[in-house]
Design a protein around this ligand. Structure first.
Ligand code: 8X3
Length: 250
């Protein structure tokens, strides 16, 4: 039977690349995001290969998440693979200069949003005794860097949630994969620097950064490993990066 994957943050970056990879390989998709035009565009493109259902909501809005996921049509209710890809960094500054709205956005999206979506999807996995959840963490969740305390904290929370999910859900036949990428060339830095394209571009200059497609390939590998195998935790850097703030640039 065709498997169903639900992807949050599907309008760009890793989420979008994963949606494309999965569609190429015959998975039916529930694509979630905030930007309806981008979701529609992607749906039109991918519907040629597979069935696509779109949900427009902000993971930070608990009521919206609950409403949309509770009212999924019957044929879409049995989600086999949940990919928690929605998340962002907002600002890069010392703790004393941090903007509280930025902190709220990161904690609400990266942590609480991931929990809201997971809470809505997990019960049917428990009932069916199968499922796979992929949480997109970051190398920021492994090692804190200066000016990034709250972003790093939000990703450390993702790490803890992945561990906790694995402890609680393994007995129900559900696999949990935590993926921690280093710098990936996406809209990530543009969001972090609030639309400053020039500053964002510099993050990915002078070396070959990871591409969202690289992470999509990795996700695809983890969900297609033999049933006996759980890829629990993967850290992935580009060849030029050795730590969150160490990138060898030419
Ligand atoms: C994204 C990568 O280097 O900003 O999570 O932590 S980094």
């Amino acid at each position: 039977m065709t498997r169903i994957a639900l992807i949050t943050g599907a309008t760009s970056g890793i989420g979008k690349a994963t949606a494309i990879k999965f569609a190429e390989n015959g998975y039916n998709l529930i694509l979630c995001g905030r930007r309806s035009e981008k979701l529609d565009e992607l749906k039109n493109k991918l519907s040629k290969n597979v069935k696509v259902h779109t949900l427009i909501f902000d993971v930070r809005d608990r009521k919206e998440v609950e409403f949309h996921l509770d009212s999924l049509p019957t044929e879409w209710k049995n989600v086999d693979i949940l990919i928690n890809s929605a998340g962002n960094a907002h600002g890069l500054s010392t703790i004393d200069n941090g903007d509280v709205d930025d902190w709220d956005a990161m904690i609400d999206g990266n942590v609480k949003g991931l929990l809201y979506v997971s809470k809505a999807v997990i019960p049917q996995m428990v009932e069916r005794k199968k499922g796979h959840i992929i949480n997109l963490s970051s190398v920021a969740g492994k090692q804190t860097y200066a000016n990034g305390a709250v972003y790093c904290a939000s990703k450390k929370a993702v790490e803890a949630i992945s561990e906790g999910m694995r402890l609680d859900l393994t007995e129900h036949g559900i696999k949990i994969t935590n993926i921690a990428p280093g710098a990936v060339a996406t809209e990530f830095s543009e969001v972090r620097f609030k639309g400053d394209k020039e500053r964002a571009q510099k993050v990915y200059e002078g070396y070959e950064a990871l591409l969202p497609e690289d992470i999509a390939d990795l996700i695809f590998y983890t969900i297609n490993a033999p049933d006996r195998v759980t890829i629990a935790d993967v850290t992935v850097y580009s060849k030029a990066q050795s730590a969150p703030t160490m990138i060898y640039k030419k």
